[in-house]
Design a protein around this ligand. Structure first.
Ligand SMILES: Nc1ncnc2c1ncn2[C@@H]1O[C@H](COP(=O)(O)OP(=O)(O)OP(=O)(O)O)[C@@H](O)[C@H]1O
Ligand SMILES: Nc1ncnc2c1ncn2[C@@H]1O[C@H](COP(=O)(O)OP(=O)(O)OP(=O)(O)O)[C@@H](O)[C@H]1O
Ligand SMILES: [Mg+2]
Ligand SMILES: [Mg+2]
Lengths: 255, 255
C-alpha cells in the first residue's frame, strides 16, 4: 500500500464513503497518522466522522480560493485521524475548476505539500467522473475500488478502467490499482456469486481477500458520527475493516 | 401525475434507475405511450431495458450536436415503451454544456417538441447536481424522488430541496414535487422506521403510500434487460411497481 489512495467508483451507492471512513479509522487505530479528504459535495465522509459541515473552511476553499490546505484540515474525535471537510459549496466546483489553468492538478499541488505529515492520505470521491474525481486520480498514488456484486455495478467497470487509463496516460503515469474490495456483500442475493466471479476475471489478482459484508451496524454508525469499529467494535463490519487494514498493510488478511 | 417527470436524487444508489425502468414499464403495460430518457453516462436505464449502448445516436447527440430527438429515440422490446439511450460519450457533456448559451434549457427545447407524442416522458438522472440534472429539472413538470431509508440518504435531502427551489425560482416556476417513493426498503434494518418517519416530516403529504421493498428479483432483472414485471411478474417488486403506477394515475394504491 502506498501513501495517497483515492477511493473511487462512479457507480452510486457502492460503499465508497463507508470504505473511506472505516478504513481510515482502522489505519488510525493501528497508530498510523491518517488524513481523509472528502471530495463529495454530499459531505458524507465529513458527517460520518462526526465533523460539522457548517465549518468555515472546506476543501472548496483549498481548490477554488487557494486557501492553504493546512488551514482547513480539522482533527476528528478519533486519535491520529484528521479530515479535510466538504459541504454543499463544493457542488459548483467542477464548473469553476473547468475554467482554471492546469485544472486537473489543483488538488495534487496541495496534497504534495502535506505528504510528509501523514502515513496515509485517503480521498473519498463523488459518484461521477467529473473534475473533482479527476483531481483525486491525479493526486493519488493508488486507487481502491469498492464494488457491489450487482449487475449495474459490473456494467460501470469498463468506464472506470477507461478513466484510470486516460489519467495514467496523460497526467499521472505512476497511478496503479491497489485493489478491488467486494463491498456490501449479501450472500442471499443469487447474483453475488456470479458477479463476484466476473469481477475476479476482469481484475485478476487485484480482488482483495477481505470481503465487507452487508451489516446493519454499518448503516447505523454514520448517524452517530462514528466509524463502525467505535460504534460496534464486535460487529462483523468492524472486524472486516480491521482485516482489510491488515491485508493492505501486510499483504495478508489477519484471520 | 403530469406528463414530464424527472426521477432525481443526487445520493448514489438509491434506486433512481430501478424506479425509472419499472415505473415506465408499469405505465406502458397499462397502455400509456411512454418515453424514458436516460441522462446518466452509466447508461443503466438503457441497458436495463435491453437496449444496446453501442447505438449510433444517443442523448449526447441531441444535447451537444443538435441532432433531432426524434432521430435518436429507439423502441424497446416492450409495447408502448421507447427510450432515448445514453452511453459513456455523455460523460463529458456537463463541461461541453457549460460553454453553451442557455445551457440549462437545451433539453427542454427538445422535450417540448415531442410532448404530444407521449402520455408520459420520464427522465433518469445521474447521482449529481450537475448540468445534466439541471437540464432535466428545467424540462420537467414534476419530480419523483426515490429515497432509501438510511442516514446518508436523509442527509442529502436538504441539498435536493435547495436545487429544486433554485430551479423553480430561476428557470421553471411550474416545477412541483410529485412525491417521494420509499425505495429498497428492508424492514430488518433498524434504521428504516426512524428514517422513514423523519422523511415524512420533511415531505409532509408527499410520501407516496406505495413502498418499494428490497427484492432479489429486482436486482436480477436488469442483467436480462427486462423490467421486473416481465422478468418475475409475481414478485413483490413487480406488484409494488404496478401499485405505484396505479397510485400515481388514480391517487389511490390498488390493493
Ligand atoms: N457493508 C454495509 N452494510 C450495510 N450498509 C452499508 C454497507 N456499506 C454501506 N452501507 C450503506 O449503504 C449506503 C451506501 O453506502 P455509501 O454511502 O458508503 O456509498 P457511496 O458509494 O459512498 O455512495 P455515493 O455514490 O452516494 O457517494 C449508505 O446508506 C451506507 O450507510
Ligand atoms: N428494490 C430493490 N431491491 C433490490 N435491489 C434493488 C432495488 N432497487 C435497486 N436495487 C439494486 O440496487 C442497486 C442500486 O439501484 P439503482 O442503480 O437503481 O440506483 P441509482 O440511484 O439509479 O444509482 P446511481 O446513483 O448509480 O444512478 C442496483 O444494483 C439495483 O439493481
Ligand atoms: Mg459517498
Ligand atoms: Mg442510476
Amino acid at each position: 500500500i502506498q501513501k495517497v489512495i483515492v477511493i473511487a467508483n462512479q457507480k452510486g451507492g457502492v460503499g465508497k464513503t463507508t470504505l473511506s471512513i472505516n478504513l481510515s479509522a482502522a489505519l488510525a487505530l493501528q497508530g498510523k497518522r491518517v488524513l481523509l479528504i472528502d471530495l463529495d459535495p454530499q459531505g458524507n465522509s465529513t458527517s460520518g466522522l462526526g465533523v460539522s459541515k457548517k465549518v468555515e473552511k472546506t476543501v472548496y476553499h483549498v481548490l477554488i480560493q487557494g486557501v492553504p490546505i493546512t488551514d482547513c484540515i480539522i482533527p476528528t474525535a478519533y486519535p491520529n485521524l484528521s479530515v479535510l471537510p466538504a459541504n454543499m459549496n463544493l457542488a459548483g466546483a467542477s464548473i469553476e475548476l473547468a475554467g482554471m489553468n492546469f485544472r486537473e492538478y489543483i488538488l495534487k499541488k496541495s496534497v504534495d505539500q502535506i505528504r510528509d505529515s501523514y502515513d496515509f492520505i485517503l480521498m473519498d470521491t463523488p459518484p461521477s467522473v467529473g473534475l473533482l474525481s479527476v483531481n483525486a486520480f491525479v493526486a493519488a498514488d493508488q486507487i481502491l475500488i469498492p464494488m457491489q456484486c450487482e449487475f449495474f455495478a459490473l456494467e460501470g467497470l469498463s468506464q472506470l478502467v477507461t478513466v484510470y487509463e486516460s489519467i495514467r496516460g496523460f497526467a499521472n503515469p505512476k497511478l496503479e490499482i491497489l485493489g478491488v474490495v467486494l463491498s456490501m456483500v449479501d450472500y442471499r442475493m443469487n447474483l453475488t456469486e456470479a458477479v463476484a466471479a466476473e469481477i475476479k476475471t476482469h481484475f485478476a489478482g487485484k480482488v482483495l481477500a477481505t470481503i465487507i459484508p452487508k451489516s446493519v451496524r454499518m448503516a447505523e454508525a454514520p448517524s452517530f458520527g462514528q466509524p463502525v469499529m467505535i460504534y460496534a467494535p464486535d460487529s462483523k463490519g468492524a472486524v472486516a475493516f480491521q482485516e482489510l487494514a491488515n491485508e493492505l498493510l501486510t499483504g495478508y488478511p489477519a484471520v
